[in-house]
Design a protein around this ligand. Structure first.
Ligand SMILES: [Zn+2]
Length: 299
């Protein structure tokens, strides 16, 4: 009887332990599968994640006749570039297409390229737009607000040196080939105490954030008033970036920022990949083939 009781207790104890093991195993198994599911849904599973779609970006400034320079190409050079990019199978993409792709709803062509023009020269309209039309390409033009407001009306429509007026910008925008970006309202300077829109030494975070917000918001409002569309692209003057830039730019509706880092970008389904897009400066000193090689090889 005692023996039976003892055996019985042992069996019950054994079954209890077995059940406990089974429960622990079930918890481990469940957490493993749930963890994997969450990782996969977030795109965080290792190994099979692609690096993203390679996107070279070009930074142009002025397009004018005369001697080529570091920040100036001739209309013939621009045409040779567009022809060469087409020949190599590139398709120009807009910032909006890049945003849609990064947000997970759009697609990109096999070899995308982003074409950009900084500073807002009038020749972006008189020289570049006809070529964008001819080669079926699009571009982002990022003017400086104060140049449109003050400089352009004083000396308009000289393809050599004028800046775009608001009327010109409306024509560019209405062409369907050009998106208007922001290159600040009035922070395109190296002599007013700060480098572009970067923070100065000794400036507090609060003071810097307030100064930047005032400038960026003014430009967003002006472009919206003048064209009906608010910029989603911001080009850092001189490529000068401070850690405090991004929160302000995000708050003002900027979805893509352009730097001067000469590197190829990789576009993923993460909208944050569009902040800090690298660009190759198209100096007038290269041939179209040499420059296209740089874009293709990343150096
Ligand atoms: Zn600039």
């Amino acid at each position: 009887m005692n023996m039976n009781f003892y055996e019985c207790c042992n069996i019950r104890r054994f079954l209890r332990l077995l059940l406990l093991d089974a429960v622990i195993f079930a918890i481990f198994a469940a957490s493993f599968f749930v963890g994997r599911t969450i990782l996969t849904a977030a795109g965080g599973s290792s190994g099979s994640q692609e690096k993203g779609i390679p996107l070279p970006a070009v930074m142009y400034h002025s397009v004018r006749e005369g001697t080529p320079a570091e920040y100036s190409v001739t209309p013939q050079q621009l045409e040779a570039d567009l022809k060469e990019l087409k020949r190599r199978g590139y398709t120009a993409v807009s910032a909006e297409e890049l945003c849609l792709y990064a947000q997970g709803t759009g697609s990109l062509p096999e070899k995308p390229v982003l074409i950009t023009f900084d500073d807002g020269f009038y020749n972006n309209l008189s020289e570049a737009l006809p070529l964008l039309n001819k080669y079926d390409m699009c571009a982002v033009v990022s003017p400086v607000g104060a140049y449109c407001e003050v400089n352009a009306p004083l000396y308009p429509h000289d393809p050599d040196c004028s800046y775009l007026t608001w009327e010109d910008i409306r024509v560019l925008e209405a062409s369907g080939r050009v998106e208007i970006g922001s290159h600040t309202y009035d922070m395109h300077s190296l002599t007013n105490g700060r480098r572009g829109c970067s923070k100065t030494d000794g400036e507090s975070d609060e003071a810097y954030s307030a100064a930047l917000t005032e400038d960026i918001a003014a430009m967003q409002m002006l472009v919206r008033e003048q064209t009906g569309i608010q910029p989603i692209v911001f080009a850092y003057p001189f490529g000068a970036i401070s850690p405090g830039n991004l929160p302000v730019l995000r708050e003002q509706g900027i979805l893509l920022t352009l730097t001067c880092r000469e590197e190829i970008n990789y576009i993923t389904r993460d909208p944050d990949c569009l902040y800090g897009i690298g660009r190759f400066n198209r100096s007038g000193y290269y041939s179209a083939e040499e420059f296209a090689d740089m874009l293709e090889n990343g150096e």
